[in-house]
Design a binder for this molecule. Structure first.
Ligand code: ZN
Length: 108
């Protein structure tokens, strides 16, 4: 079973406790009525959906209930890191060789 590290609970928990919540770091305009249709389409509908490293929002729905962000490899389904909502986007390329959070012997 896949274990996901919740950055709020500070524990690795089974994937069944979590819910995927889309792409992370989507910037929503403060005045949505002022943007044109193309900008609205880009913000609301279009997502990166990369093959490889992706920034995603997740929710610990059957735990603390909080949203957090993760860097996940969409090919291997391996979580490279998880971090609290509002924290800056980590450098995914630098994390590529790192041991996932909560595992012993994490690379520095
Ligand atoms: Zn949690």
């Amino acid at each position: 079973m896949l274990l996901i590290h919740c950055p709020y609970c500070q524990e690795d928990r089974p994937e069944l406790e979590f819910q995927h919540a889309g792409e992370a770091h989507i910037v929503r305009p403060s005045d949505i009525a002022s943007i044109d249709d193309a900008a609205f389409e880009q913000m609301f509908f279009l997502r990166e959906n990369p093959k490889g490293l992706a920034y995603e929002r997740w929710r610990h729905i059957h735990g603390c209930g909080r949203f957090f962000n993760a860097v996940r490899d969409t090919v291997s389904d391996r979580f490279l890191t998880t971090y609290k909502a509002g924290e800056p986007r980590p450098d995914a390329a630098a994390l590529a060789g790192k041991t996932p959070p909560g595992k012993k012997g994490a690379a520095k």
